[in-house]
Design a protein around this ligand. Structure first.
Ligand SMILES: [Zn+2]
Length: 215
């Protein structure tokens, strides 16, 4: 990986951080973002830094295989979870972890986002399952997430937040936004008294439209 590409990715990560922070999907130093550099290394946000004011030079290189850090500073506490996903999904090049308020409320209530109400949600995600609670930053959480992400592009983490993956950072960020809109839409529909589910035949049609329906 040449230096120019690495610099571009570092800038993309800072832009993604600003976007998540401005959109209210992360607060203070919460959340973390990573991007695959090559087959051995990823770039990941540092621990304890506000994503709205992140600088390209603060981002760290970490080895996918064993978490070796190249450079000074402390990588995100959720690094084990990111590395486990890169090991489980060679097609994933970017990962976003955030605490979007509505989605996190569903996660805190122990509810997966599986209601077939919004067509775009089904085409984009199929379903968004709920990963059982494990302490943030632990290998146990990394294990649970790596298992659940095999067949999905987005997950809720019980009592914690959400995670999305993509082939690019743009995609992973966009999916995080879409995940939060889904949660917010469901919340508001329920507040009105009903969220009408789509019919089984329509759900089947939408599942068939999924770009990655082979997985
Ligand atoms: Zn978190």
């Amino acid at each position: 990986m040449d230096w120019e590409t690495e610099l571009r990715l570092r800038r993309e990560i800072t832009q993604a951080g600003r976007r998540l922070w401005q959109d209210g999907l992360v607060a203070h130093t919460d959340g973390n973002i990573s991007a695959r550099l090559d087959s051995d290394w990823v770039l990941i946000t540092p621990s304890g830094v506000n994503k709205g004011s992140l600088k390209p030079h603060q981002i760290l290189r970490v080895k996918i295989e064993d978490g070796t850090v190249d450079g000074n500073g402390k990588p995100s506490v959720e690094t084990p979870m990111h590395l486990a996903i890169y090991r489980a999904r060679p097609d994933v090049n970017a990962i976003v972890h955030a605490h979007p308020p509505y989605a996190t409320a569903f996660a805190a209530a122990g509810l997966a986002l599986t209601e077939p109400v919004f067509p775009e949600m089904i085409v984009r995600f199929g379903e968004i399952p709920l990963v059982p609670y494990a302490t943030p930053g632990t290998d146990r959480l990394a294990e649970l997430v790596a298992e659940a992400i095999q067949d999905h592009e987005a997950l809720l983490l019980q009592n914690h937040g959400a995670i999305t993956v993509g082939q690019t950072l743009e995609e992973a960020c966009g999916l995080m936004e879409a995940l939060e809109w889904t949660a917010k839409g469901l919340w508001l529909a329920r507040a009105l008294g009903n969220a009408l589910p789509l019919t089984p035949s329509e759900i089947a049609r939408l599942f068939a439209m999924r770009p990655n329906s082979i997985r």
